[in-house]
Design a protein around this ligand. Structure first.
Ligand code: DAH
Length: 333
């Protein structure tokens, strides 16, 4: 019987012990894989030891071969067990890191709000769109023609006065009302029309509690065959109902160059009559200026100050509050 190849046996045994030790110590999956390659890979330590098998007497080979397989199996089992343990630990760590503390106070995000001016414009737009009106717009820098002349203002009408109107060096002006949109719209469209327009207007007013140099108006007008003052009244009643509810309103005779007859409408609010809009039947001269036949078509128009309405709606005492950007004020709406 030949001498047992002691060195190979002890080498294999030592490899198994060292491998198990290394596997037990490893802290992560990447290093575990390195150990696997180091011991069991094609050029790993176990393969190297087995490389010496060729020199063994044939009688010893089966025993050493079996031992080598045992070592491989043992290391494989240890690797797998460690892999499972490390994967578990990884999942556990992830779960811990992602744990939500539902008792923690939330992060406060301050929320924006719709400005009362925009909010009332939105409400009114919705009311008129519901009545079948189309929304139109026009420029804030305007010519004398659209702002005054086509609206039947005579050349020496006091509203053209430098006191009221902001003129630009080239003779154009900042529109003083949204009525310019009537002219622009009618010139581009054939009757019948039902139109709502809103926008910024400018006047050289001294700013105080009820006057601003920049303010907003809403304009609406309807033109068709057979439109009468009764249609105007009914439309305004329906509009006030939708915005304020069933409150008393009254029509007072008034004058505007572009309407005939003209009226102003007051609403009763907190025991007082407050003027909210101007209106009337569109003057035949205006219809003629845009090429509509006043013998065939009639129409009504109205214009209202948005700030005024917002002040009524929210009981605001000073128009300047609407523009002060004071969040304590704006947060109330
Ligand atoms: N444009 C007028 C103003 O600025 C308001 C107005 C009155 C508009 C009567 C109209 C209207 O369309 O018919 O004071």
């Amino acid at each position: 019987m030949s001498q047992p190849p002691l060195s190979l046996e002890t080498d294999l045994q030592a490899l198994q012990d060292a491998g198990k030790e290394a596997i037990a110590q490893v802290e992560n999956l990447d290093n575990l894989e390195k150990i696997r390659l180091d011991y069991l890979g094609k050029k790993g330590k176990v393969s190297k030891v087995l490389g010496g098998m060729g020199k063994l007497p044939p009688a010893d080979r089966p025993r050493i071969g079996a031992l080598a397989n045992q070592v491989k199996d043992a290391l494989q089992i240890a690797l797998e067990a460690r892999k499972a343990a490390l994967q578990d630990a990884e999942i556990q760590a992830m779960l811990e890191a992602e744990t939500l503390d539902v008792t923690m106070p939330g992060v406060f995000k301050s929320q924006g709000r719709v400005h009362p001016i925009n909010s009332i414009i939105d409400q009114i737009t919705e009311i008129f769109v519901g009545l079948g009106y189309t929304v139109a717009s026009g420029p804030e820098i305007e010519s004398d023609y659209y702002n005054f002349e086509a609206l039947n203002f005579l050349p020496d009408h006091p509203a053209r006065d430098m006191q009221d109107t902001l003129y630009l060096p080239n003779g154009d002006l900042m529109r003083t009302h949204t009525s310019n949109i009537q002219i622009r719209y009618m010139k581009e469209h054939e009757p019948p029309c039902r139109v709502l327009a809103t926008g910024r207007c400018y006047r050289r007013d001294t700013v105080d509690a009820t006057h601003a140099a920049v303010f907003h108006q809403i304009e609406f007008f309807a033109i068709d065959k057979g439109i009468t003052f009764t249609d105007l009244r009914g439309t305004i009643r329906a509009f006030i109902d939708a915005l304020f509810g069933d409150i008393p309103i009254r029509f007072r005779p008034s004058f505007f160059p572009f309407t005939e007859p003209s009226a102003e409408v007051d609403v009763e609010w907190n025991g007082r009559w407050l003027e909210v809009l101007g209106c009337g039947m569109i003057d035949p001269n205006v219809l003629e200026a845009v090429g509509y036949d006043p013998e065939v078509y009639t129409g009504f128009a109205a214009g209202l100050g948005v700030e005024r309405l917002a002040m009524v709606q929210h009981e605001i005492d000073d128009i300047r509050r609407l523009y002060s950007s004071d969040l304590r004020f704006l947060k109330q709406f």
